[in-house]
Design a protein around this ligand. Structure first.
Ligand code: TYM
Length: 341
């Protein structure tokens, strides 16, 4: 057996595009913090993915700031960089090296099925960057360059994870190395694996939504959070008391899921506490909870981003630890492929 098959390792990442929002926090980051105690974890800021849509000098400065901002969010949320290396993808060149080899393993037909590319490229597919098309291949490399076995993500990344498993499997078959890469498992847990827009309960909360009222940013101040929750779309009926009553009420479901995600209570518990009440009473309670959770996080992020040199040191140190794991794995991959070293 190779080292891959008998050891658990966690890898996950976020794109430094704009600031993170409540969906990123509840769908992923909160679980990352929890997993640190159970397994070896590495957390990446995927800056190379962040240039698949916007690239150029006008974007460069905001990319640098967003990379530091996302790093600060990881730490403020409770990731301990001494325990779990935090690094930006571009400082670990093995990601790109493995991605190239995976580009030659993955099939065009597989990528053609990726729904995120269809969504992000919109009507003008031919004008999208090639990088946006092969985005999920780089993501597979991010994971497998560490032979990671567990990948905590929100529900929207499920298809990408399936692709990573297909690539791992095909590599193992093509090179006759049955256990070389593990088949990484998505870890999609908690009551808020898909946080929806506050303006439209059928749309995912997203960094790219043009309405800032659709999302709660991790950098929002208390008044802004309260205002966004107050204005969140709801329906005229009181809060549902059961899952059955929740059906067809996406906005009610979303706010309940968010409450459960923030409080650590189950969805059933939240419905037992607030079911039958008016939305205005519930929104007050949700506002208080969101402010109590997110305000200290925002304050800590502000403190950390005030010292960019310290953040850069953390990223460099994390990259060094990450390279120590990725280097030997990529060397072995190259031997399998037949590259002369
Ligand atoms: P990104 O940057 O879009 O999102 C980061 C994480 O947040 C989760 N997420 C959500 N969860 C619940 N509700 C939402 N509305 C919501 N929006 C985002 C995402 O599922 C994700 O876990 N492709 C990835 C980044 C990536 C990656 C990787 C992840 C690159 N390489 C390797 C894991 C492993 C992405 O764009 O995430």
């Amino acid at each position: 057996m190779t080292q891959s098959a008998n050891r658990n390792r966690v890898l996950s990442g976020m794109q430094p595009t704009n600031t993170l929002h409540l969906g990123n926090y509840l769908g992923a980051l909160k679980n990352w913090v929890r997993m640190q105690d159970a397994m070896e974890c590495l957390y990446c800021v995927v800056d190379m993915h962040a240039i698949t849509q916007d690239v150029g000098y006008a974007h460069a400065e905001s990319l640098t700031a967003a990379t530091r901002g996302v790093t600060a969010a990881y730490i403020a949320a409770g990731i301990d960089p001494k325990k779990s290396p935090i690094f930006n993808q571009s400082q670990v060149p093995e990601h790109a090296e493995l991605a190239w080899i995976f580009n030659c393993v993955a099939r065009v037909g597989w990528l053609d099925r990726m729904t995120q590319f269809k969504e992000k490229s919109g009507k003008h597919k031919e004008r999208a960057s090639v990088g946006l098309y092969t985005y999920p291949v780089l993501m597979a490399a991010d994971i497998l360059v560490y032979k990671a076995t567990h990948v905590p993500v929100g529900e929207d990344q499920k298809q990408h994870l399936e692709l990573a498993r297909d690539i791992a499997q095909k590599f193992n078959n093509d090179f006759s190395v049955p256990d070389f890469f593990p088949l990484p498992e998505p870890v999609i847990t908690g009551p808020a694996t898909r946080v929806m827009s506050l303006r439209d309960g059928t749309k995912k909360m997203s960094k790219s939504d043009e309405s800032d009222f659709s999302r709660i940013n991790l950098t929002d101040d208390a008044d802004t959070i309260a205002q966004k929750i107050r204005k969140a779309r709801t329906d005229p009926a009181p809060l549902p008391t059961s899952k059955k009553e929740m059906e067809g009420r996406p906005e009610a479901e979303n706010l309940i899921n968010i409450f459960a995600g923030l409080s650590g209570h189950s969805i059933e518990q939240v419905m037992a506490d607030y079911g039958g009440q008016s939305f205005s009473a519930f929104k007050n309670a949700l506002s208080e909870l969101a402010v109590a959770t997110l305000s200290p996080l925002a304050a800590e992020m502000r403190r950390l981003t005030g010292d960019p040199a310290e953040i850069d040191n953390i990223l460099r140190a994390g990259a060094e630890k990450a390279r120590a794991i990725a280097g030997p794995i990529v060397a072995e991959v190259k031997r399998n492929v037949g590259f002369v070293a």
